[in-house]
Design a protein around this ligand. Structure first.
Ligand code: SAM
Length: 274
């Protein structure tokens, strides 16, 4: 597995930081929007690909109810370990977590009524192969929901952090924080879905209002510490990290309210059928 894809490869603490800091700030509100858009229904047999620590997986399990069954799949064992620490919730669909790659799913043809992939597709080396796999494991009439952020400059706080890291730590580390914005064109996403054979493709933009607890220092450490940038960010040393925060602080000033840093993170949400 390439270290750019394993969230724990450069720092074993990254999945815990992801869950504690990033998940409530941005992935939980997006998961609610994705579940609304795809209209998760009771009794769903759902697969959440690139499930990470299980944010959307648990949302789907809650909406599918005890008659449903939900599987979360991720490449990174560190993320799955965090996901498995959540106890089962009475009345929710049971969840199984499976380690695997999106482009070679270990499931039978037609096994699911719903496949979701929230902020995962942009990281896959072979997006087309992954979309064809999602289609293979969907039953006739099954639905797909994909979420990918729009352009990096659309998300003010993350953009400012990336620029500061670029200047004070290095382009290679900043590029890790740019990677989540690597599939931002709705036309490209539509083309990928249609070429993979999906019908009824609809793409909308959800303007998620992200809310990160604390000030600029927590923001820089929380964002850079929750993904494969964690190791190089820690190794950069106190002086260079302090320079990042010094540059960042004035750019975040107008985004601060109630002990949080708040900004819009627009995401494409694509819906399709087989
Ligand atoms: C930004 S996280 C999103 C996690 C989760 N969907 C959420 O919304 O919180 C991206 C996830 O994609 C996973 N990932 C990257 N490449 C993958 C692949 N080829 N197959 C499966 N998962 C992959 C990573 O391990 C990571 O957990």
């Amino acid at each position: 597995m390439s270290s750019a894809m394993d969230w724990a490869a450069n720092d074993p603490g990254a999945p815990a930081s992801y869950e504690r800091y990033l998940a409530p700030a941005m992935f939980v509100p997006l998961a609610e929007a994705v579940a609304d858009a795809v209209e998760v229904s009771p009794g769903e047999r759902a697969l959440d690909v690139a499930c990470g620590t299980g944010v959307l997986t648990r949302t789907i399990a809650s909406r599918s109810g005890s008659g449903g069954r939900v599987t979360g799949l991720d490449l990174g064992e560190g993320m799955l370990q965090r996901a498995r620490t959540w106890p089962p919730v009475e009345g929710d669909a049971p969840i199984d977590y499976v380690q695997g790659s999106a482009d070679g799913l270990p499931f039978d043809d037609g096994a699911f009524t719903l496949v979701t992939c929230q902020q995962g597709l942009q990281f896959f080396p072979d997006r087309d192969a992954a979309l064809r796999e999602f289609r293979r494991v969907l039953a006739p009439g099954g639905r797909l929901a994909i979420a990918c952020w729009t352009d990096l400059p659309d998300t003010a706080g993350w953009y400012a952090l990336t620029e500061a890291i670029d200047r004070h730590i290095g382009r290679d580390v900043a590029d890790i924080l740019r990677a989540p914005y690597g599939l931002s064109d709705p036309g490209e996403l539509r083309r990928l879905l249609e070429e993979a054979g999906y019908d009824d493709v609809v793409i909308e933009i959800e303007r998620v209002r992200a809310r990160f607890a604390g000030g600029p220092q927590q923001f820089a450490a929380g964002v850079a510490g929750s993904n494969p940038a964690a190791g190089p960010f820690a190794a950069a040393g106190d002086e260079r990290r302090a320079a990042v925060v010094t540059e960042l602080a004035p750019r975040l000033e107008h985004l601060r309210a109630d002990g949080h840093i708040t900004f819009e993170m627009p995401s494409l949400i694509a819906l399709a059928r087989v």
